[in-house]
Design a protein around this ligand. Sequence first.
Ligand code: AMP
Ligand code: ZN
Length: 434
Amino acid sequence: MIWNETYECLSRKEMRELQGKRLFNTVERVYYNSPFYRKKMQELGITPEDIESVEDLAKLPFTVKNDLRDQYPFGLFSSPMSEIVRLHASSGTTGKPIVGGYTRKDLNIWSEVMARTFSAGNCDRGDMFQIAYGYGLFTGGLGAHAGAERIGASVIPISSGNTEKQIQLMTDFGTTALCCTPSYALYLAEMIDKMGVGNKLKLKAGFFGAEPWTEGMRKELENKLSIKAFDIFGLTEIIGPGVAYNCSEQNGLHFNEDHFIPEIIDPNTLQPLPAGEVGELVITTITKEGMPILRYRTKDLTSLNYEKCSCGRTSARMDKIRGRSDDMLIIRGINVFPSQVESVLLEFSEAAPHYHLFVDRINNTDVFEIHVEVRPEFFSDHLSQMLNLKKKIAHRIQSVLGISAEIKLVEPRSIERSTGKAKRVTDKRNIYNQ
Ligand code: AMP
Ligand code: ZN
């Protein structure tokens, strides 16, 4: 069953015409409402009139994460604050978060694309949705919530964590669809097994995203929870979850192309790459009002396929995310940049600017350890002094990055010095490989 036949099944020609019109409207909107984009376009010598069709997309300027940081908090908004009805945020490369602003129409688009996502997973008003993504500034919880309500499902807004309660409600309420990060789903599955309540579950579908996961994890989740597991993709800068979604063929993620135009570029030359080639995903929003974004460089590596899917949808399909072209890590669903850790460590005169991040996945939970080198003049055999420093750093990491880390203080000069580009991260999880 296709929830919105009009847009998911347009011919390529119809889709490109629609995109062309909407792109022009968006470019006009940002040119006249966002000094940031107006300046960028003026620098390139273009005006909205230069955008006659979607073929002109490549004339437009790119937007990068640093632009959002420099324009923090609201510099990229194209609507007055009186029109903005919701704000969300995600972590940026340093202390400042990335902010997204939504008008009422934007929230409507968001719930529509999430509703498509759930319909593509064969869910409808007969389903009981347990939303175990975090609610709050993170887009996952409220984004999934709105989509589940829009298809008329019954929604349990439990948010993330509190695993025993999750399992209790799942069995007592008869949850049929679970929404959370894939790693949390695996943890839930393990706990369900331990509690021996697997036979009481009514689950049929899982909508997992916000972090990369492998086909191996998909199979494990499908077997352990007796569900079909769907990949959902999105990012705060664009709208949150609902940018692209799996249909029941599970062969790529359908892009909501009537709202977001995808491109793949070579991250070095910045030139567009043909369909099928792996490169950096670039997204342009074409219906958003609050914070429209032109050619956002996601740094996510993937490829696009424009062939009609056997489910009947004609929208472009994005391959699973294959990696990142920057150093962002996603730990327990939270974006972590080594530069954020560095900026926290710089606050401590006791810490040398040498550190190493270790990430692993043990019992389906991400383990995050930071080795911090202590300056010789501060390094001491006094256990209590070292313990105190460790606690202070752990506390700051938690409050700045929004994630807990095990801090290990190491002796002066024990972290390997590099002669070239410093290698500051060891990630043993292998999350991007099949
Ligand atoms: P955020 O804005 O905090 O939601 O983070 C967005 C980033 O999370 C994306 O740019 C991706 O790197 C990652 N992400 C989100 N969904 C997925 C997914 N389904 N598979 C792989 N990575 C994902
Ligand atoms: Zn399909």
